[in-house]
Design a protein around this ligand. Sequence first.
Ligand code: 6PG
Length: 232
Amino acid sequence: MQPTFLTFLDPDTVASDAAARFIALAEGAIAERGRFVVALAGGSTPERLYKLLATRTLDWEKITVFFSDDRFVAPTSRYSNAGLALRLLPLCPKTTFPVPAETTLDAAECAAQYEQELLAALGPEPRFDLVLLGMGDDGHTASLFPGKAALHAVGWVTHSTPGVLPPPVDRVTFTFALINAARNVLFLVTGAGKKEKVAQWRAGAGSITSLPVRGVAPTDGTCTVLLDEAAS
Ligand code: 6PG
């Protein structure tokens, strides 16, 4: 099924809508299941959202946080997605799981260990309440880049070579299987550089290999894409 595409004036209004959705889903999941299981996204777009969330009251001890992808770098690196979130959000260390880059030898081993951590925290059929994602100008999402083997990986977490994005380090990423098992997937996509790929996505054009965002289609969940006018 195609995602629901919603257009907002600018990146700030995208972030406020995303924050309202995040909070509503968190409150609902905590009330129903005692915790909210979320995967945070990388890239620069979620920064505004994280800054907004940091000003709200949320019970972070009841929020289990994974990362839908990250570079194979320590959380202290300026390129680390976990590092960005840890700097901006009052995450609870007991319930936050950065990719274990510091304790593993390479991205493949890191992906295998992250998958084990995920299964230990979420059980054998991991299901996120919310997976946050972005889209790159080339149509990639998480670290699922056009034409790369990771697009066809089986299991829940895999590793990937960097695609077009700097820095040239390997990455660890959720697979489509894990993303598509989620209850809710929310994309934040802003900026004119995304316009062409957004148009193809909306038209249902392009294959997963050329336009990886097309691989996101939750089996039993929602998929919403928040766009700003420049990307729309
Ligand atoms: C990353 C993410 C990547 C990101 C998109 C969009 O770590 O960079 O893997 O998928 O979400 O490239 O990035 P922007 O938000 O910076 O446009």
